[in-house]
Design a protein around this ligand. Sequence first.
Ligand code: PLP
Length: 441
Amino acid sequence: MQILTKISGKSKDYLPLLDMINQGVQVKADSVEKHLANEKLVTFLEQDIERTGLEKILFHYKQNKEKKIPFLPVDKLISEDEIDDIMQVLKEVLSSGRFTSGPYIPTFEKAIAEYLGKKYVIATSSGTDALMISLISAGVHPGDEVILPANSFAATENAVLAIGAVPVYADIDPETYCLSPSEIEKHITDKTVCILPVHLYGKQADMKEISAIAKQHGLKIIEDGCQAIGSSGLGAYGDGLVLSFNPYKNLGVCGKAGAIATNDEALAEKCMEISYHGFEAGKKNVKRSDYGFNSKIDNLQAAIGLERMKYLGLQNFKRFYLAKRYIEQLQTLEDEGYMKLPTLTDDHVWHLFPIRVLKGERDELAAKLLEMGIETDVYYPVLSHQHQTNLVSQKYRQTTLPHTEKAAQQLLHLPLYPGMPLQDQEKVIEGVHHVIKSSIQ
Ligand SMILES: Cc1ncc(COP(=O)(O)O)c(C=O)c1O
């Protein structure tokens, strides 16, 4: 067993931390890195876990009264404790009248920067805006090619399209569902300017390899980390890292928000300018960039983000716990060839839990689970190069991405969110075993 003397509160520590707790090793709360994001993780570790029981503390929710097991119940994405904390700060912001610009923005940016170990953070009004701003600021011009995966949320490709650049889709690694480094190389042309890997479902792409390719070809990297905050080493390789704080993300505000993180001073300055009308930092209404958007985060959302950040380390630990439980309890189905489970790696924050259905039809499994009241979902149902749009039919009809396409037919996502009652997860596990064994042979 690995004994942690210092706990970062991020993904790489979750397995050793859980082992220590399960073995009855006293985990000292003061060994946890001091950061806002770890506040509730510390509170958890300060409790008498051995006596009360880990699961009782972590998942002390009432069982769902309804028979249905929702995939992502919006009213369970925020806890009562968080609401209480937010109400306090809302009172303060509302009475100050500072809803858009205001003091919580730099405080939130500093907290995110410290958490990521980055020099600069520019908080924005969404992850989508953060993608557009960072691509423009990294020097992507209209007509330039950007290499990205085709299995992300549409925001990733839309950001490229919105700035007039050209998305070039490369295939994924079928193990991680993230961009495959060797596939990227096949698509590099003299028009390629940037690689845009997506850390899909909370799992990091192979950034070491991708970064080596980018260096070799003189390309920029903007990482789409919208689903991956809390993953150890996130953003270590890219020129810029983009985050989303929409309410469905691992760290969500009560509305829309995002951020760009970087160590590059010039990139940070440009992002600042493009995110607010091209204005020079610190100067009111004086432009330095030719143009810019109205895309800064609101003071109100930054204040909420700071409150919700206190829960991040603990919430991600709960996600890990649920993911590990799924993997262990569905293992026999993988062993018997029915499905492929994701791997429990230390760079994963379990934004979503994907299973890959290998025997029988994915849609049939989903329909049968739904008959039992268990909701599942597919992220994402239509690949970027297969949408029914004019652009796709004109430009991407010839695009084939075998691994991406195969995975898209087989992937099914099971419910996983920090507030999920364990009894609900048990029902999902039982349901999957039952459906597969009784009908899919
Ligand atoms: C991978 C990915 N990229 C980009 C975005 C866009 O973020 P936002 O919703 O904050 O605009 C999202 C989330 O919706 C996402 O999951």
